[in-house]
Design a protein around this ligand. Structure first.
Ligand SMILES: [Mg+2]
Length: 432
């Protein structure tokens, strides 16, 4: 019987602040980082890998927090892990002492995300499938055992969730075939970082258009006039047939949000992302009331399913941007996908960073095949950086994420990359 025998966690940091990759109105110098968890089993050939994503300092704090959860799992057989994964998840988020640091948000919840991302990788590998395939092949009764409805049952009952899963069973095989043939559409954020020059933006837009992308997101938020100029530049470069969306990364007050968004109206934006504080459900609702048909997107900084419940139910979130490393992994992500489906809000998962594209490629397949059944009017974020550090990087074809075929959750890093970018003792950080 294969047992869990050990965990390790590495603090991996990539020096992306050097070239302003990832720069936005608030996070001006991110070093894309991962708290990288490995689970070892009594079978030498079976390991699991998982990450939480941060942007530099504090990555060590998440790593420290993760270690508190290890004792819960050591000595369990992998069958026990798979059969009890729902119960174990709840034990972690409801830990009688650690929950004080959250509950279910912040560092302690990111630690849960990292460790469960790692455990789901292990479970999928044990079942010899890519994670998305393992999830969509599971039956609704099994899936329901993974989920926690505490605090959201007033918005989504267990029966409603079960019926959504049950309804998709007939269409499942067709959807799998379609997704294997076509992939899932993506948008690129990589052309419009705030620190980039006009020339660089034009070059990147042309480059991504020639590779098949039709949706472009740019960062805004520091200066209204400069933002309008950049939007004009991009609209002139990509033409009227392509879509533009903007991301303000929490920069504005409610009043400023209304002013800025109304000034961008002529650009016919697909959505405006994170205009104000990611916790301000009422603020989003006020903005929405004043900007008419402009869609508001948010979610990458929403700590858990309870925030999503409020945003979705209030109508303040028009595009739902789940984050694979901030929500508590598959157990919680599925409940948010189910709620979004119930409230008829499209899910456009947040990605970029490091490893997030590797994760969301699984999540969009799950949303399409198992829950929502729509993909042609939806796009998932894509960013073309740091994929070279992964053994099974995501594959994008003509602007579409192609379903991963390798076993697990696609996040195993190359040993060289781990050795080079471990902080502070990796080769790169010792030299710099
Ligand atoms: Mg964003």
């Amino acid at each position: 019987m294969t047992k869990i025998i050990k965990f390790t966690v590495d603090d991996i940091r990539f020096p992306t602040s050097k070239d302003l990759t990832g720069s936005d109105a608030i996070h001006t110098d991110p070093d894309y980082s991962a708290t990288y968890v490995t689970v070892f089993t009594s079978d030498n050939n079976l390991k699991g890998f998982g990450i939480a994503f941060t942007i530099g300092k504090g990555n060590d704090i998440v790593a420290e927090c993760i270690k508190h959860f290890f004792p819960l799992f050591i000595g369990k057989t992998i069958d026990e892990l798979e059969n009890e994964i729902g119960k174990l998840w709840f034990q972690c988020v409801d830990h009688s002492q650690l929950r004080w640091l959250g509950p279910e948000k912040g560092v302690v919840h990111m630690a849960v995300a990292a460790i469960f991302n790692c455990l789901w990788d292990l479970i999928a590998k044990k079942n010899q499938k890519p994670l998305w395939q393992f999830v969509v092949d599971s039956n609704p009764d099994t899936i329901m055992e993974w989920l926690t409805f505490k605090y959201i049952e007033d918005a989504l009952s267990k029966d409603e969730a079960y019926n959504i899963l049950q309804d998709s069973q007939n269409a499942k095989e067709n959807r799998i075939q379609k997704i294997l043939n076509e992939g899932y559409p993506s948008y690129t954020t990589a052309a419009g970082w705030l620190g980039y020059s006009d020339e660089k933006i034009i070059d990147l837009c042309n480059q991504y258009m020639s590779q098949g992308w039709r949706h472009f997101k740019i960062k805004v938020g520091l200066d209204l006039e400069a933002d309008v100029k950049r939007l004009e530049l991009i609209r002139n470069t990509i033409g009227q047939d392509c879509s533009i969306m903007v991301d303000a990364n929490q920069q504005w007050s409610v009043k400023q949000s209304i002013e800025h968004i109304n000034a961008y109206k002529k650009f016919n934006l697909l959505f405006v992302e994170e205009p104000t504080s990611p916790d301000d459900v009422m603020g989003f609702a006020k903005i929405k009331k004043e900007v008419g048909s402009v869609k508001l997107a948010t979610g990458e900084a929403c700590g858990g399913r309870i925030m999503f419940k409020q945003f979705l139910e209030s109508g303040a979130m028009n595009v739902c941007q789940i984050d694979s490393c901030r929500l508590g992994s598959i157990n919680e992500i599925l409940t948010v996908l189910l709620m979004a489906h119930k409230f008829d809000v499209p899910v456009f998962p947040h990605a970029g960073g490091v490893g997030l594209c590797e994760y969301v490629q699984h999540l969009c397949m799950i949303d399409y095949v198992l829950i929502n059944g729509e993909k042609d009017n939806k796009v998932v974020e894509y960013q073309d950086s740091l994929h070279e550090h992964f053994i099974y990087p995501c594959k994008v074809n003509n602007g579409n994420y192609m379903p991963p075929q390798d076993l697990g959750y696609s996040i195993e890093m190359k040993e060289n990359s781990v050795n080079e970018f471990s902080y502070p003792n990796g080769k790169y950080w010792k030299k710099n």
